[in-house]
Write a protein that binds this ligand. Sequence first.
Ligand SMILES: [Fe+2]
Ligand SMILES: [Fe+2]
Length: 396
Amino acid sequence: MPIEKRKVLFVDDEPNVLQGLRRMLRSMRDQWDMSFAESGKDALDLLQTNNHDAIVSDMRMPGMDGAQLLLEVKSRHPQMVRIILSGQSEQEKILRSIGPTHRFLSKPCLPETLKQTLESACILHQTIQDPNLIRIISDLETLPSLSGIYEKVMAEMEDPSSSLEKIGKIISTDIGMTAKILHVANSAFYGQHHHVSNVEQAVMLLGMNTLRALVLHTQIFSTFDQKTVNNFSMDALWNHSITTASFARMIASEETKDQWIIEDSFASGLLHDVGELIFATNLPIKYDEALALARNEGLVRWEAEQRVLGTTHMEIGAHLLGLWGLPDSIIESLAFHHQPSRSGNQTFTPLTAVHIADSLDKDDQNETTINDHGQFDSVYLEQLGITKRIDQWCMA
Ligand SMILES: [Fe+2]
Ligand SMILES: [Fe+2]
């Protein structure tokens, strides 16, 4: 069967830049159907008559700039992947346009980087079949936070004597804020030697002025409205996530000296059930129905999600944070934390730490029947040769 080509639109007001992109991406002609536009207006006209999978736009353009264009594309064609390709000097302006932008790339951009970014973002869309779910994910700009933590961060932001260290520590205990800060930091510092998975480091990289602008003016954080889903408790999700994160970090630090694996294990543990938060805030009625089904029929939660919503919290969480450019090890932990053997990975990674920590947390009050936890993937643990150590961690 012929593979369907991805349709990608490139926008830049400088014809030379478009010409350069055309040349650079010639080898992709078999896989991508590429269009080129010299202004935001031309791009919107083109999109009106032709569906596209992704748009890659310059930031500084006369008339409509890249941020305005992507905002318009987000509202007219919410399912599209939106990428800014721009100069480093515009970083602060770029960060303020984080809302409608999924990924940022800096010029000059290596062809491989551009190809990889576009491919990984577009492949994510293929994993979910329901166009409504794709639209919800592409449209999401923020994830809600626990109200107590949100208020604490806001108070620190308003306090001129506060420090980045203090703010970073608070943010690192919240699921929604951690996801968003890692989105911003990994976008803004793309091309660094390594990804950013430590929130305190991410906050330091951004600096106080940018952080204040993002939080107070761009409003990258928001709070959760508990009234929306009867069977779901944000407090319970938070307790379970922070326990899993701390435990995953402890397990990782016993298994490896690699600081990246240890840091990624904490972030992965905190974010592993972010898909539940996405369901609870965007599809509250359906999600309530899934949770009721799990309770009434004694199903594990992800099975009930699959039946009612046609996807699971693992898939949807990995999809959103993948689109936001979070590190691969975090995405892998989100996607496979209930069935790690499906990852095909046979070495110790943050996924291993999260699977064990998640399975050992028996106190998740969101679980009403057979819970998703306490169910080890014994084949996977046996392959890694760590089955015997489970008892030792159980007692920790
Ligand atoms: Fe889960
Ligand atoms: Fe979990």
